[in-house]
Design a protein around this ligand. Structure first.
Ligand code: HEC
Length: 105
């Protein structure tokens, strides 16, 4: 077997767990939404800090959209302070799980 082929196999094996994590697990996500429902599950709810803010409904939005939004808050590309603090506390696996859960609602 050539070295090139061997390293290709090694790379594929190394990437597999990453692909699994990026997939997300809706059941695992369900256990992580307790810190989200306080704001996001109430139709018409407005948070009052730092200014009065309409909280968007996230259930039913597509998983990839939710994941992209959370990554953007985490990286600082989106600037809402509360969501930045929350997304910053989430791991990539948490984000994938939450996206899978909300995307399935
Ligand atoms: C303290 C209230 C609060 C909590 C708790 C909270 N959020 Fe948010 N979230 C907001 C507000 C307000 C916005 C709108 C911010 C903006 O305009 O950028 C938002 C925006 C979002 C968005 C972007 C929605 C869109 O339409 O672009 C996503 C996705 C999101 N939150 C997911 C979550 C998840 C997942 C959790 C739990 C881990 C969570 N939020 C917890 C208040 C909250």
């Amino acid at each position: 077997m050539s070295n090139k082929l061997l390293s290709a196999i090694g790379l594929a094996a190394a990437l597999l767990p990453l692909a699994a994590a990026a997939q997300g697990n809706a059941d695992a996500g369900k256990t992580k939404i307790s810190m989200c429902i306080g704001c996001h599950a109430i139709p018409g709810y407005k948070s009052s800090f730092p200014s009065v803010y309409q909280v968007p409904m996230i259930a039913g939005q597509s998983g990839p959209y939710i994941a992209a939004a959370l990554q953007a808050y985490k990286k600082g590309d989106r600037s809402h302070p509360t969501m930045r603090a929350i997304a910053g506390s989430l791991s990539d696996a948490d984000i994938a799980d939450l996206a899978a859960y909300y995307g399935s609602k």
